[in-house]
Design a protein around this ligand. Structure first.
Ligand code: ACM
Length: 526
């Protein structure tokens, strides 16, 4: 009995007493604090190799950006240093790290720069959770950590609405804070072409005009110099940028610029496709991809490949397509689509890149070693099953709950529903239960998770914030943490830190704990 009472007391102490709670999102593998002990400093004296100094510079910049006031960081001898970066093979795993925090110093250990960077991100969470008027106060202890998945992605659609460089940088900053590492950039679609291609300037001067709610909005796009700047900005935060050039559908904007490569559309989706029957189309698109390959160091280029049937009806009467069908014995429009996908996959392979396609490509016959697929149609589990049967590397991004253009609270009026289903934060945290089978059938093929921010209903930076925050943190939690079931209450407690930061950075977030306190930022209708 006595033992049970002591045990209850200890449990109480840990949960409700004086115990320092872990404030880090995503939740690390292990966090142990030494009660009552802190490392307190008003200036960072760092010790690291010259090659690692950029990590300290980035970290200092992040601290200042989040309102932590410190003297200028100084290089120091190891004996007097209070922040020591240590590259060591004792911590294994490309993104793994260990933090050892004593009253005198923090040791960040990892076998890679990436690991050191993630160690510093966790340190950042510890620093901002104990705000001081000046300096830092970090609880002493040890953090051991490594991610569950190597792909922790966020996609932004800048075709439907264009947000611009500063907004993208802000998003990349928050991705880094939550240890997300893949930024999938949907740069072309029917409502606007947003990427400068030097060989075909009309893609942006004509194709860049308009957006989802105003077809006459002035041309908006990124120059190649801006793309390079953002790719570098992301790389400094250990984020890989994956461009998407959607084809053969969702091509209306490109077709406005270069109608000679249009394969037509349907009544609802006019000029929706590229012309797969015209040889010149392959040259045109390959030229574009050559420039894309030069701009983005990622080994991947996303080719889209989704929803072609929305607007390929004119292929039935297009003489080029009809000839192609005869020549290659293609029995229907889907066979034409797959012929196109296979050819463009080869173009990408010839550029030494790997193709990514939405889950439509699983049926296309593209060999598994040449591509990666993204499973998005949660109502088509058979598509995922087939991806696994064909050994496709797969990223899971099912609409429910990982499409962030779906509403996140039953009281919200703007955004999508699937029947009555939507994408609240509880559902994101419940991902492991919801997708148990998807995660366990061929775990070696699941590269990771991704949320997608489609922007038909998102016209402004404020509404983008509202749909992104705090779901981005829950995405990070399920993508990084190995916890079989993140607990909602514990997660929300850790979120208090983030909510405070969102407020101080004027992020227009949604607070699911107190929905009335953060009224919905609604869409602008056409
Ligand atoms: C998609 O949502 N069309 C991939």
């Amino acid at each position: 009995m006595k033992t049970i009472i002591s045990l209850i007391f200890v449990v109480w102490l840990v949960n409700f007493g004086f115990a320092q709670k872990n404030p880090i999102i995503p939740e690390p593998v292990s966090v142990q604090f030494t009660e009552g002990k802190y490392m307190k400093v008003d200036q960072i004296n760092f010790f690291c190799s010259p090659e690692e100094e950029f990590l300290i510079r980035n970290f200092s910049h992040q601290l200042a950006g989040l309102g932590v006031k410190l003297g200028k960081a100084k290089k120091s001898a190891i004996k007097s240093a209070n922040l020591i970066l240590e590259k060591t093979n004792q911590v294994s795993g490309n993104e793994a790290y260990r933090l050892i925090i004593s009253p005198k110093a923090v040791n960040v250990q990892a076998s890679t720069y990436t690991g050191l960077f993630y160690g510093l991100q966790s340190l950042l969470h510890l620093a901002v959770s104990n705000p001081q008027p000046n300096g830092l106060q970090i609880p002493c202890g040890t953090v051991l950590d490594q991610p569950r998945f190597g792909w922790r992605g966020l996609m932004l659609d800048e075709s439907r609405h264009f947000f611009g460089k500063e907004k993208v940088k802000q998003l990349l900053d928050w991705m880094a804070f939550y240890k997300l590492n893949k930024f999938h950039w949907h740069l072309t679609d029917s409502h606007g072409w947003r990427l400068e291609i030097q060989k075909y300037p009309k893609l942006t001067s004509v194709g860049g005009i308009g957006n989802f709610h105003n077809s006459e909005a002035p041309a908006a796009f990124y120059t190649q110099a801006e793309i390079k700047e953002l790719v570098r900005y992301a790389a400094d935060r250990f984020i890989e940028v994956i461009p998407e050039i959607d084809m053969p559908g969702h091509a209306t904007a490109a077709n406005r610029a270069y109608p000679e490569f249009s394969g037509g559309g349907s009544e609802r989706y006019p000029e929706f496709t590229f012309n797969p029957g015209k040889e010149a189309t392959y040259g045109f698109l390959t030229d574009i991809l050559k420039e894309v390959a030069g701009l983005f160091p990622s080994r991947y280029i996303h080719l889209g490949g989704d929803e072609v049937h929305f607007g390929n009806q004119q292929w039935n009467t297009n003489s080029d397509v009809q000839l192609l069908m005869k020549k290659h014995n293609l029995k229907d429009l889907q066979a034409v689509e797959f012929y196109f996908i296979n050819r463009m996959t080869d173009s990408i392979a010839a550029l030494n890149k790997t193709m990514i396609g939405w889950d439509e490509i699983v049926t296309s016959g593209v060999p598994a070693e040449k591509c990666l697929t993204m499973w998005w149609r949660h109502d088509k589990p058979e598509q995922l099953k087939m991806a696994f049967e064909k050994d496709y590397q797969t990223v899971l991004c099912p609409r429910i709950p990982l499409y962030f253009d779906f509403v996140q609270h039953h009281s919200h009026k703007s955004g999508r529903y699937w029947a009555k289903d939507y994408a609240p934060i509880e559902k994101i945290l419940g991902f492991n239960q919801l997708y148990k089978e998807a995660l366990s059938t061929r775990p070696e093929l699941v590269k990771g998770l991704q949320a997608n921010l489609w922007t038909e209903t998102i016209h402004s930076g404020e509404r983008l914030d509202f749909m992104t925050f705090p779901r981005i943190a829950a995405l990070a939690e399920i993508g990084w943490s190995s916890s079989p079931q993140p607990d909602y209450a514990g997660f929300m407690q850790r979120m208090q830190n983030s909510f405070r930061l969102y407020q101080s950075k004027k992020i227009a977030f949604f607070n699911p704990e107190n929905p009335e306190s953060t009224p919905e930022i609604v869409e602008v209708k056409k």
